[in-house]
Write a protein of this length. Structure first.
Length: 283
């Protein structure tokens, strides 16, 4: 990983994202890009005519907003100083505007290898990032996205589950995954959930044979489970084995978007899973 982009909001969830990024980063070669998107308050003059805020004239309000912006900039600088003191390479990215637009601009400018996002509940940071377009970052980013849920404080990624349906050629993604597993010293399991609601178009063995021919993977590291719902099956298996990282691939009208037809289920996978979720993107 050459560059890891970490959008932060100075909350505990930002700490979780930063902790996960440090696990993956190599101190000598990985640059941690720590981004904060500042959204200044814009008064509604229809509500507060004559003043930008009740009891505060324009000059006072401008001074207050400038002071607030300065405080957030200092917080970002402190984050950078602390990360560098720990031996990591780090750079601050200060942006004005929405989180989503700031992330998109940072991707275009810096071309990160990975985005790490600390997720909150309804109305929080992740909701600002994803917004009403649930697939805009998590499913359609040009680089992998790691989502850290609020239930998790990562200190290692050693037991990893890669959920697949063996319906598409995922060789390129698996190559990246195995490199990451070697770096982390992690154990990888390939998991397929068999469900009546899950189409099974391609023969599994052709994909499994291809994977075995290109990668070293034990027979017992390929697991099949049955479940009424694919999502429940994935989460139940992760809980059973104590997985600390779940990996999935996404492509337009593929496993996540097409086979899990209900868009609320797709949103749940990206936003609500209690296991850290790393999403790769099939090209």
């Amino acid at each position: 990983m050459n560059k890891i982009l970490i959008p932060i909001d100075f909350s505990e969830n930002a700490e979780r994202a930063l902790a996960a990024a440090k696990i993956i980063a190599e101190k000598e070669t990985t640059q941690l890009l720590i981004l904060h998107a500042y959204q200044p308050y814009i008064a509604d003059v229809n509500i507060t005519p004559g003043n930008v805020l009740p009891g505060i004239d324009g000059g006072d309000f401008l001074s207050m907003t400038n002071e607030l912006e300065g405080e957030f900039q200092k917080k970002l600088e402190k984050y950078i100083e602390e990360v560098i003191a720990e031996g990591y390479q780090a750079e601050a990215i200060w942006a004005i505007g929405s989180v989503q637009s700031a992330v998109e601009e940072a991707i275009e400018t810096h071309n990160p290898s990975l985005i790490v996002i600390g997720r909150t509940g309804t109305g929080g940071f992740m909701d600002k990032l994803i917004g009403s377009s649930a697939t805009s970052i998590g499913l359609h980013s040009t680089c992998p996205v790691l989502v850290i849920p609020p239930q998790s404080m990562p200190n290692k990624f050693q037991k990893v589950v890669y959920a697949t349906q063996f319906e598409y050629d995922e060789t390129d993604i698996l190559r990246e995954v195995f490199v990451l597993m070697n770096h982390l010293g992690a154990n990888l399991t390939l998991l397929k959930i068999q469900s009546d609601s899950q189409p099974n178009i391609q023969a599994d063995h052709q994909f499994i044979d291809e994977i075995k021919s290109k990668f070293t993977i034990a027979a017992d590291a390929i697991v099949f489970r049955e479940s009424r719902h694919v999502l429940d099956g994935i989460e139940d298996y992760c809980d059973e084995v104590g997985a600390d990282l779940l990996i999935m691939s996404a492509r337009e009208r593929s496993f996540i978007e097409e086979f899990l037809i209900n868009p609320s289920v797709t949103r749940k996978l990206i936003i609500d899973t209690h296991v850290p979720l790393l999403v790769f993107h099939l090209k």
